[in-house]
Design a protein around this ligand. Structure first.
Ligand code: SF4
Length: 315
C-alpha cells in the first residue's frame, strides 16, 4: 500500500529551520508494510530554510502571511500545494499522514490568527484542506493524534481495510465475491458502526435489482465511511460476545468461563483486547469454525504491529 506522508515526518531536513520531525512509528513500523509518497508544499514554494508563515483568518478563505514581514504568500503556497496534490492524485495512495500544527499540513490543528495577531482558533492547513476536498474517503490522520493508542489502532485498521477494499475491487469481483467480502467484515463493521453494517447488508441484498457496478459503487461509499468510524470498548465487547456465540456449543464449560471472564476483564479495562481475541482465535482454530476464522476483525493488520496489546487502545 502507498501512504502519502509529510516529508519532515520521514526524516527529511525540510522544515523552516532545516530540521525534521522524524516519526519512528511511521518509518519503522508502518514502513514495513507501506511505500511512502512524500510531500512538502512549503519547501517547494519557499525553499529551506525559510521564514515561518501563519494562517490569518479572513472569513471566506485563510490568508498565508509571512511572519517575517507580513507579506501575503497565499498564491505561492496554493500553487505548490496544487502541484503536490496532483502528484498524490496520480499515485494511487491509500492514506495520508500529515504533520500536525503546520499552516500547510495541519489537519484541524493549524493555528488561525486574527489580523491583530491574536490566535483565533484552529483549522486545516492549506495543503491538508485541499487533500480533504480531493480525497473525501481516504484514511487521513496527523502524527500527533497517532500518539494516542486508540486513534492509532483505529487508523491502522482503517488503512488496511481501505487497502483490502481497493485490492478486492481491482480483482473485478462479482456478486458472490461481494457477499463473501461483506461477510468477512461483519465483526469489524459492527465494532465500528452497527447501523452502517446493516445498511451495507441491504446494499448487498440488492432488493432493487441494480446492476452490479451500481451496487459496488454504493457499497464502496458506505464501506469507506464505516471503516473511518472509531470502535469503542462497549461496541467491541458486544462483538466479542457475539463471536463467543459461535463457539459456545463446542468449548468446555471451563473454556467458556475463561472466555467470558476475559471479555469482562477487557470491558473493565483490566486486560487488553488481544487477550480475549487471542482466546477466540485459538478456539476458532481448535474447533475449525470457518466463519470466525474468515473474520478480518481477528487479524485486521499484521500482528507484529501489536496495537491491541496496549491497554490504552480501547476507549
Ligand atoms: S510543509 Fe508540511 S511537510 Fe513541509 S516541513 Fe512543514 S509540516 Fe513538514
Amino acid at each position: 500500500m502507498k501512504i502519502a506522508v509529510s516529508s519532515c515526518l520521514l526524516g527529511a531536513r525540510i522544515r523552516y529551520d532545516g530540521g525534521h520531525k522524524h516519526d519512528r512509528f511511521i518509518t519503522d513500523e508502518l514502513g514495513r508494510y507501506a511505500e511512502f509518497v512524500p510531500f512538502c508544499p512549503e519547501h517547494l514554494a519557499f525553499g529551506t530554510p525559510r521564514p515561518t508563515i501563519r494562517l490569518v483568518d479572513a472569513k471566506e478563505k485563510h490568508i498565508v502571511q509571512s511572519n517575517k514581514d507580513g507579506r501575503d504568500l497565499t498564491e505561492q503556497l496554493m500553487q505548490t500545494s496544487r502541484s503536490e496534490l496532483e502528484v498524490l492524485e496520480h499515485s494511487s495512495i491509500g492514506g495520508i499522514i500529515f504533520k500536525s500544527k503546520s499552516p500547510s499540513c495541519g489537519m484541524g490543528s493549524a493555528v488561525l490568527y486574527r489580523k491583530n495577531g491574536y490566535a483565533e482558533g484552529k483549522g486545516n492547513g492549506v495543503f491538508a484542506e485541499l487533500c480533504k476536498v480531493a480525497f473525501p474517503l481516504l484514511p487521513m490522520e496527523e502524527e500527533g493524534r497517532l500518539l494516542d493508542p486508540w486513534l492509532r489502532e483505529n487508523f491502522v485498521m482503517q488503512l488496511f481495510a481501505y487497502d483490502d477494499f481497493e485490492r478486492f475491487q481491482s480483482a473485478h469481483p462479482g456478486m458472490n465475491e461481494l457477499v463473501a467480502f461483506h461477510q468477512s467484515y461483519k465483526f469489524m463493521l459492527q465494532a465500528k458502526d452497527e447501523k452502517a453494517y446493516r445498511a451495507l447488508g441491504n446494499i448487498v441484498a440488492n432488493h432493487d435489482k441494480l446492476a452490479f457496478e451500481e451496487v459496488l459503487k454504493h457499497y464502496e461509499l458506505l464501506f469507506k465511511r464505516a471503516i473511518a468510524q472509531k470502535s469503542s470498548i462497549g461496541k467491541t465487547r458486544n462483538v466479542l460476545e457475539h463471536m463467543a456465540g459461535f463457539v459456545k456449543n463446542l468449548i468446555t464449560p471451563v473454556e467458556k468461563s475463561i472466555l467470558h471472564e476475559q471479555i469482562k476483564d477487557y470491558a473493565n479495562k483490566i486486560i487488553p483486547l488481544i487477550t480475549p481475541l487471542g482466546t477466540l482465535d485459538m478456539f476458532a482454530k481448535k474447533y475449525e469454525v470457518a466463519y470466525l476464522l474468515g473474520q478480518k476483525f481477528l487479524h485486521p493488520y499484521p500482528k507484529e504491529l501489536a496495537l491491541r496489546s496496549d491497554m490504552r487502545s480501547g476507549r
